[in-house]
Design a protein around this ligand. Structure first.
Ligand code: SF4
Length: 261
């Protein structure tokens, strides 16, 4: 940044100096000296790139420390007893975009990674259609352990308010470390956890909110789209994602504009 700015200043000084109308008391030698003092553009860029890498490494290290605490967490004894493993989060520690879901289901509990079941596959498709990959964004849940189910019962259950309030601190740490430019809350539980508000998703979705000054888009959880195959509902989620792309200053192609999930 310094080199281009300095070049503009020096060029302006040169023009003024060479102009007959408004002589400037700066010698050619002084201008040359200023040019010599300016760090070369390549070196400024290299320094910025190195600082960036250090920042990403620091974020990854900070996340790893939180993950270590989560791995052995037993604040909810009933969940610590029944989980296969904790499900911390996945993706780029320096992500611009972070998705927040509800809690691990059976597939996620087995794999130790969020959004890997059918709903996760749909989320991956949404991310890829946005022109991104799972490695570029960050994905986490409000709860890091699978909510327990009666023995042999199929499916998953939503977390209780007590489970959410016990676990939310870990997600807050993740957000504070990653500092994404945009957050997406997937479903009512994510909205409740992040914004401490409840409401009908049909009214909440598609609205911009703010989580500690970070823009937060509310949209449906992918599992809702699996239950409700209506093209109109799917299109709503895609429109929410296009709003996210705009917020991130990313171009939207004609094909993306016409896309239906
Ligand atoms: S749900 Fe969260 S707070 Fe509760 S035991 Fe698991 S990691 Fe700990």
């Amino acid at each position: 940044m310094l080199q281009p700015a300095l070049s503009v200043v020096l060029e302006a000084l040169e023009k003024i100096r060479d102009s007959q109308e408004k002589p400037l008391r700066v010698s050619r030698a002084t201008l040359n000296h200023l040019f010599e003092q300016a760090p070369p553009a390549a070196s400024v860029e290299a320094n910025a790139s190195s600082a960036r890498k250090t920042d990403v490494a620091a974020k990854a290290a900070a996340l790893a420390q939180v993950r270590e605490r989560v791995c052995v967490c037993a604040k909810c004894p009933h969940l610590a007893r029944t989980r296969t493993q904790t499900v911390f989060g996945v993706g780029n520690p320096d992500a611009e975009l972070m998705f927040v879901g509800e809690a691990p289901g059976a597939d996620e509990d087995a794999r130790g990674e969020p959004f890997v079941g059918r709903a996760g596959q749909l989320l991956t498709r949404i991310i890829e259609t946005m022109g991104l990959s799972r490695d570029e964004v960050y994905i986490a849940n409000i709860l890091k352990c699978r909510p327990d189910m009666p023995k042999g019962a199929p499916g998953n259950r939503p977390p209780t308010p007590k489970e959410m309030s016990t676990c939310i601190g870990y997600l807050i740490e993740q957000i504070e470390i990653i500092r994404p430019r945009v957050l997406v809350a997937l479903g009512a539980t994510a909205v409740e956890g992040l914004l401490e508000t409840r409401g009908a998703m049909r009214q909440l979705r598609g609205t911009w909110n703010s989580y500690h000054d970070t823009p937060l888009m509310i949209t449906y959880h992918p599992s809702y789209l699996l239950r409700n195959q209506s093209p109109a509902e799917k299109r709503k989620v895609w429109e929410d994602m296009m709003a996210v792309l705009e917020k991130l200053d990313r171009p939207i192609s004609e094909r993306q504009r016409n896309y239906f999930l």
